[in-house]
Design a protein around this ligand. Structure first.
Ligand code: NAD
Ligand code: MG
Length: 399
């Protein structure tokens, strides 16, 4: 049995991962569960899955969980701090890591697993958005195997040749006859909404995705289509694409999860119900088709498939992300940092929905491009951009 760590175990991807584990109890030994603040949820998971180690990034949560575990019959060890978590991830006690912490907060732990050559199930897209080239280089150096979990990237992965599947991060697409990666996105809940009412959009409306059930941050990102922008950057790094080889297509039904177009005119798509257990089962099974618990797709009750080009007036965040992708890691880190602050402020009713792209654009304009040399430098850029975004909110943006 492979020894599995689930980072972000109490979240939406964590829940889907554990659901796949329930269907396949002999595949993985759940060695580590990590999360931030949800003590009760984590205690429940400890009772059911009995991990050897458990980690909470929040100090109060860590202490509360420690007491709950002490009063139980369980022998799960609560890790002391972030350093112990990183050390464990790098050790022989872990073989495979589900990287599903939300946001840039997931970068350090994901990277620790990459640097020590682990098998990485990559759901946390923000890590790759921030550190792209450095992340891919670290994986090449250590021999870490990268498995895309994000449904689009997993669909693309499934539609690629075995040679390309084995060269994630350094793919030679033309050598295998690939002409284009077609990244599909639903367009979120506001695809049809009148543009002049966008400033009235509430957090409850924004997190109500028509097809997918996800965490709050990614749901808002889907409504602005920043999610597709982050995924564009993610695809650029995973599949080593040029600008001509990568295109976003709106497909409101979320049935086709992305496609690969070949030079002979063939297009290979991956189709299925919008349920993250499908890509998770595919990577956890190592490409073998294992039970995911997802019902088969019913073609006769499905709606028509439709496709459209994205409109950047409706989705300015998508344009900001694509532009940042070609400016470099400095810009994508600033974009990601400003977006994290903007989404949180929107969810707290501090800024309007339409102010999310405005804030990100202003933060991007505050600094010129720089060469990023190290991960520490990336964290400095991230912290600086977050501070700038918070100052701008206080100064100009409060509702
Ligand atoms: P979520 O908000 O439901 O869960 C986030 C998890 O991260 C929680 O377990 C939380 O405790 C943990 N976390 C947050 N900060 C942490 C920290 N500092 N240290 C340790 N743990 C921390 O989010 P989600 O929807 O599950 O998304 C997780 C990641 O997967 C995101 O990067 C998202 O973009 C990506 N993703 C999600 C989906 C989806 O369907 N939910 C699909 C594709 C990709
Ligand atoms: Mg996705």
């Amino acid at each position: 049995m492979k020894k599995l760590a689930i980072l972000g175990a109490t979240g939406s991807i964590g829940a889907s991962t554990l659901s796949v584990c329930r269907f396949n109890p002999d595949l993985y030994d759940i060695t580590l569960l990590a999360a931030s603040v949800s003590v009760d949820k984590m205690f429940e998971l400890c009772l059911e899955f009995k991990p050897t180690y458990v980690s909470m990034s929040d100090q109060h949560a860590r202490l509360a969980l420690f007491h709950l575990l002490q009063n139980s019959q369980l022998s799960c060890q609560v890790l002391d701090d972030e350093a112990s978590l990183l050390q464990l991830l790098a050790s022989d006690e872990i073989d495979s890591v589900m990287a599903a912490i939300v946001g840039g907060a997931g970068l350090k732990s994901t990277l620790a697993a990459v640097q020590s050559g682990k098998e990485i199930f990559l759901a946390n897209k923000e890590a790759l958005v921030m550190s792209g080239a450095l992340f891919v280089e670290a994986a090449s150096r250590s021999g870490a195997k990268l498995w895309p979990v994000d449904s689009e990237h997993n669909a693309i992965f499934q539609a690629l040749s075995p040679t390309l599947q084995q060269t994630i991060g350094v793919c030679d697409l033309p050598a295998e006859g690939v002409s284009k990666i077609l990244l599909t996105g639903s367009g979120g809940p506001f695809l049809e909404r009148e543009l002049d009412t966008f400033s009235l959009i509430t957090p409850a409306q924004a997190v109500n995705h028509p097809n997918w059930s996800m965490g709050q941050k990614i749901s808002v990102d889907s409504a602005t289509m920043m999610n597709k922008g982050l995924e564009y950057i993610e695809a650029r790094w995973l599949f080593n694409t040029s600008a001509e080889q990568l295109q976003v297509i709106i497909h409101p039904q979320s049935v086709i999860h992305s496609m690969v177009q070949y030079k002979d005119g063939s297009v290979i798509a991956q189709i299925g119900n919008p349920d993250m257990r499908v890509p998770i089962a595919y990577v956890m099974g190592g490409k073998a088709r294992i039970d995911s618990g997802v019902p088969p797709f019913d073609f006769f009750s499905s709606k028509d498939f439709s496709f459209a080009e994205p409109d950047y007036n409706r989705y300015p965040c998508l344009k900001l992300a694509i532009d940042a992708c070609y400016e470099g890691q400095h810009a994508t880190t600033r974009l990601n940092a400003a977006n994290e602050v903007a989404v949180e402020a929107f969810l707290e009713n501090k800024i309007k929905f339409t102010q999310i792209p405005q804030l990100i654009e202003q933060v991007l304009n505050l600094s010129g491009n720089q060469q990023v040399e190290s991960i520490d430098h990336l964290f400095e850029i991230d912290a600086e951009a977050k501070l700038q975004a918070m100052k701008l909110i206080k100064r100009d943006f409060l509702c």
